[in-house]
Design a protein. Structure first.
Length: 511
């Protein structure tokens, strides 16, 4: 069993002397009334990583620590700013399976072995407010690091951490830092003890040569790769959240898959499709596996909202109970499908392919060309594909054939959006404006498609209710409401598409 917490802290370089006369009186910081000496702790931690340091390379840390109040296994995952999520597991000899799984998107299945042992003598002080509440913990560590690899090198230093207490105001860290800077105490260059130990004892292996290193600033290759690498980072970072069923994590990971797929398709002139098409196929598979869970979330929310919006006299029979039972059965199944995908060999292979794509991109000749011309051409090409789908779809009469055609147009709209999104740093406002207009059309198309899916589910639920002699009236009302939504969205689409397809938008993009 694991538990997680968020830690927010800053590290500082301090004098090597054990004398702490350099430490300024922090009880003069606003909100802090006293600094209370708490204890001295002896901590002993062994850090685990792959041979090529994939965890530390992605700013993650896995350690087995004894001593202190939180002895056990700790997996630290990066969060924005000064924060990290720390996932803790009980002290065992081997790496806990739960932590191994949460690190999988970073290790890509490679073996985890001890790389560094770090022992610290820690002096702990509490920064306390007027009511006696702890605002932050200040610790001064005398650190001794030893490599557990063949080199066997060692290092020693002193450092200070200021860790914010739970629910404390983050502004306190700024106030403390200001006070420390006034006394010549600077923020540490290394983000963690492990990072500093690796820097001082054994540099990170050079690995494969980065094929993008020679790309000129402002080139199409540089811009496209920056976008691709960011989406790979996002996908990798979301894996632990999906495994733990965190809110919105499936949706965000699926979006990262779609962004990557679209980028690799739109910018085939930059990245060779002989390599990227196979990756796109695997991304499509992963998005589909995750889609079952995400689609269930969206559909349940929509149907629940529809039932709640009805006047009480129109809700006949156990409608909400049937809806909840349906969701429990489908929800559990869809989450297991997501977990199955993340535990598969195909997913591991995809992670490896993505890592290779980021490190050794299959660049084509246009990668070295100026980004503005190459990317504008790609965005406009995707827009033309969208227009070719939208025009015939709008000419079809309402019905299943039109529903399918509009759904295909929606998928094409997403490709335009993501192509424009990748090009925004280069093309600026024209790309942003086009993306915004296309997003408005996509949103209308999305709500239309959701109404199509909802009607199919409502009909299935009505049939199931009929087999047990439940009233079907409410299901019919819900079905009719979704039909009305679809008709409204089809009318709205004419307006938003007219704005998105304005010639001046495309003209500005191609200047």
């Amino acid at each position: 069993m694991v538990q997680s917490m968020q830690e927010t802290e800053r590290k500082y370089d301090v004098p090597s002397s054990s004398d702490t006369s350099w430490l300024p009186p922090l009880d003069r910081v606003e909100g802090v009334t006293s600094v209370v000496d708490r204890s001295i702790e002896e901590l002993d931690a062994v850090y685990y990583d792959t041979d090529d340091l994939r965890l530390s390379g992605s700013s993650a840390i896995l350690r087995r620590r004894t001593g202190g109040s939180d002895a056990g296994w700790h997996l630290k995952l990066p969060l924005p700013g000064d924060s990290r999520e720390e996932v803790q597991a009980a002290l065992t000899d081997a790496v806990p399976d739960a932590l191994r799984d949460l690190a999988l998107s970073r290790t890509r299945g490679a073996e985890l072995t001890p790389v560094v042992r770090i022992r610290s003598t820690r002096e702990v002080r509490d920064l306390v407010d007027a009511e006696g509440g702890v605002l932050a913990e200040l610790s001064i560590d005398a650190v001794r690091a030893q490599s557990l690899r063949a080199q066997g090198r060692s290092a020693a230093w002193r450092e200070m951490e200021v860790e914010l207490a739970e629910d404390a105001d983050p502004a306190l860290l700024d106030a403390v830092e200001k006070r420390l800077r006034e006394h010549g105490i600077a923020r540490a260059q290394s983000s963690s003890k492990l990072a500093r130990a690796l820097d001082e004892m054994a540099p990170v292996p050079a690995g494969e040569r980065d094929e993008a290193a020679d790309l000129a600033a402002g080139s199409a290759g540089e811009q496209v790769l920056a976008y691709v690498r960011e989406q790979i980072r996002v996908l990798t970072a979301l894996d632990p959240a999906v495994r733990r069923d965190r809110p919105d994590s499936v949706h965000r990971m699926r979006v990262a898959c779609r962004r990557l797929r679209s980028c690799l398709r739109s910018y085939r002139s930059v990245l060779d499709r002989e390599v990227t098409d196979a990756i796109r196929g695997d991304l499509k598979w992963l998005a589909s596996e995750l889609g079952a869970e995400r689609d269930q979330e969206v559909l349940m929310k929509r149907l629940t909202r529809g039932v709640k919006a009805l006047p009480g006299e129109l809700v006949l029979g156990p409608v909400s109970a049937r809806l909840q039972a349906w969701n429990v059965a489908r929800g559990s199944e869809s989450h297991q499908r997501s977990l199955g995908a993340l535990g598969s060999r195909r997913y591991l292979a995809l992670l490896g392919s993505l890592a290779a794509l980021g490190q050794q991109p299959p660049l084509r000749a246009k990668a070295g060309k100026a980004a503005d011309k190459v990317m504008a051409k790609a965005v406009l090409k995707e827009f033309d594909r969208l227009a070719q789908r939208m025009a015939p779809a709008l000419d079809l009469p309402p019905g299943p054939e039109r529903d399918v055609a509009l759904h295909e147009a929606r998928k094409a709209a997403k490709k335009v959006r993501y192509a424009a999104e990748a090009a925004r740093p280069t093309l600026g406002k024209p790309a942003k404006r086009l993306g915004k207009r296309v997003k408005a059309a996509q949103k209308v198309l999305g709500d239309h498609q959701d109404s199509v899916v909802a009607r199919g589910t409502i009909r299935d639920l009505a049939v199931a209710a009929q087999t047990t002699n439940e009233a079907g009236f409410t299901w019919g009302v819900l079905y009719g409401g979704e039909q009305a939504v679809a008709h409204t969205r089809e009318r709205e689409l004419l307006t938003v598409w007219e704005r998105a397809s304005a010639p001046k938008l495309r003209k500005r993009l191609s200047r």
